[in-house]
Design a protein around this ligand. Structure first.
Ligand SMILES: NC(=O)c1ccc[n+]([C@@H]2O[C@H](COP(=O)([O-])OP(=O)(O)OC[C@H]3O[C@@H](n4cnc5c(N)ncnc54)[C@H](OP(=O)(O)O)[C@@H]3O)[C@@H](O)[C@H]2O)c1
Length: 236
């Protein structure tokens, strides 16, 4: 099981669809979750909505983003690409040594007025590598959850999607994979080095195009490997 010392889960930019969907699923799985926002009152309002949906025992609170970083050593970043770099610079001093940051950011062209079904080039190679460059030394970065539909996460349906995790840090890899398996029917796969996040981020743009074309909420499944390759916490 995940190291219980790496907790609670603080979702930076947690008031949007991606953050609330992940928070809902983790709260239902018994995790303690902090919703981060630029506005503490908005964070608390969102936390209240998630508590109502996740059930009486749900442990969800809301905080301004830097307070959330200072309170937790397990951070999940769910902000639009256009806000990513500036926010990380602002939060740098609040992040704790030894923290793990799991980045779900996709560099969609919509960030610069283009289409959501395209990505833009990032100098560092991917949004996740940009994050790795901007966090303080001693904060390990994993990339994950890019291909999971927020609409599905925010529903009561099982999530029919694999989560590919990329990281250069074995502990961050393991923790991100274990968090993924807390979502019913999600399988986590080790996707290799953080530089592979570029490829996983691109799949999201493809999925958005497919969703528009076929009016759905597509996910991905990677097939053909032995069962041991797929990390799950549910029984099929
Ligand atoms: N939506 C999906 O299905 C999905 C799936 C996988 C991955 N993703 C990725 O996850 C990230 C979040 O997606 P989302 O749909 O939840 O995005 P979103 O609703 O546009 O933004 C999420 C939150 O980020 C904060 N934010 C917005 N602009 C910001 C800025 N300039 N600086 C700092 N914070 C800002 C806002 O929170 P406050 O105003 O409360 O601070 C907002 O509620 C994106 O990078 C997206 O590509 C999305």
């Amino acid at each position: 099981m995940t190291d219980p010392a790496i907790r609670p889960i603080a979702i930076i930019g947690g008031t949007g669809p991606a953050g609330t969907g992940l928070a809902l699923r983790w709260a239902r799985a018994g995790e303690t979750v902090i919703i981060g926002s630029r506005d503490a009152a908005r964070a608390e309002q969102t936390a209240e909505i998630i508590r109502t949906r996740a059930g009486a025992k749900a442990q969800v609170s809301g905080m301004e983003n830097s307070a959330a970083c200072a309170t937790s050593n397990l951070l999940v970043l769910t902000v639009p690409f256009e806000g990513q770099a500036a926010l990380l610079k602002q939060l740098k001093t609040a992040m704790r040594q030894g923290s793990i940051l799991i980045d779900a950011t996709v560099p969609l062209a919509a960030s610069v007025g283009g289409r959501a079904s395209r990505t833009i080039g990032v100098w560092q190679g991917s949004a996740a590598q940009q994050t790795a460059e901007l966090v303080p030394k001693g904060v390990a970065v994993a990339a994950a959850f890019h291909n999971v539909s927020a609409d599905v996460l925010n529903s009561d349906a099982d999530v029919d999607c694999d989560v590919i995790v990329c990281s250069d840090d074995p502990n961050a890899m393991q923790i991100a994979m274990e968090l993924a398996t807390k979502i019913p029917r999600v399988r986590a796969l080790d996707g290799g080095k953080l530089e592979n996040a570029r490829l996983v981020e691109q799949i999201t743009a493809l999925l958005i195009g497919l969703n528009i074309r076929h009016q759905g909420h597509g996910g991905i499944r990677i097939t053909g490997f032995p069962d041991a390759v797929y990390k799950t916490s549910w029984i099929s």
